[in-house]
Design a protein around this ligand. Structure first.
Ligand code: AP5
Length: 208
């Protein structure tokens, strides 16, 4: 199954994509993680992307389209994949339709007030991509999956979160209508616990 995870920052795209990746044994393709890894490695892509990400703006379409196209051509994507954070603009969605056959776009929906609380408490592992929240870490500062140090993302500050929400509303939310019109959209309200939301995600995808 080839799945797109849509939704505002902090709705839980990464959280549910990681769980589903293990359950369905298909890769999670997170453009955000790919860009952060490039920044960490100080590659040409990382140097270009850093300013956009730190300000909460989108990296230019042609750059992101290129890295996704290359990634989907790899062998591990042949049995399916979860696109987490791509597409994020209508031009990205149109480009994707030229090189991929998508089965479903799952819209994870959540109100801005809840998002701000989730993102300000988020801690991530830059090595393996695992995501946590301070409310469940009990003071732990290392990654339960790989032992690396957990950090707060630079774009999880209050001003940048606000800018990301504005950018989402202007540039990414139109994809909800875009996929609705194509009959590919399913929506999950992500107001419950991680476990409750994940059951709803599986149900919406028909993988109960
Ligand atoms: P990206 O990394 O994709 O960030 P995002 O879309 O802003 O989404 P987030 O990762 O912030 O949130 P999420 O929905 O994955 O939530 P999570 O599961 O972590 O992109 C970052 C940047 O890269 C962009 O701003 C842009 O600059 C660039 N970029 C990326 N893709 C691009 C593209 N296609 N085009 C152009 N630029 C691009 O959950 C959040 C927190 O909530 C966590 O702490 C989690 O533990 C907690 N949580 C989750 N569910 C629950 C729950 N049910 N109850 C309580 N806590 C919960």
């Amino acid at each position: 199954m080839n799945i797109i995870f849509l939704g505002p920052p902090g709705a839980g795209k990464g959280t549910h994509a990681q769980k589903l990746m293990n359950e369905l044994e298909i890769p999670q393709i997170s453009t955000g993680d790919m860009l952060r890894q490039a920044i960490k490695a100080e590659t040409e892509l990382g140097i270009l992307a850093k300013g956009f990400i730190d300000r909460g703006e989108l990296v230019p379409d042609e750059v992101v389209i290129g890295i996704v196209k290359e990634r989907l051509a790899q062998q591990d994507c042949q049995k399916g994949y979860i696109l987490d954070g791509f597409p994020r603009t209508v031009p990205q969605a149109e480009a994707l339709s030229q090189f991929a056959k998508i089965d479903c776009a799952l819209n994870l929906s959540l109100a801005d007030e809840v998002i701000i609380g989730r993102l300000s408490g988020r801690r991530v592992c830059l090595k393996c991509g695992a995501t946590y929240h301070t409310s469940t870490l009990n003071g732990r500062t290392d990654c339960a999956a790989c032992g690396d140090e957990l950090v707060q993302r630079k774009d999880d500050t209050p001003e940048t979160i606000q800018n990301r929400l504005t950018v989402y509303a202007a540039q990414t939310a139109p994809l909800i209508d875009y996929y609705q019109e194509k009959g590919m959209l399913r929506t999950v309200e992500c107001t419950g616990t991680v476990e409750e939301n994940h059951r709803a995600v599986r149900k919406a995808l028909g993988v109960e």
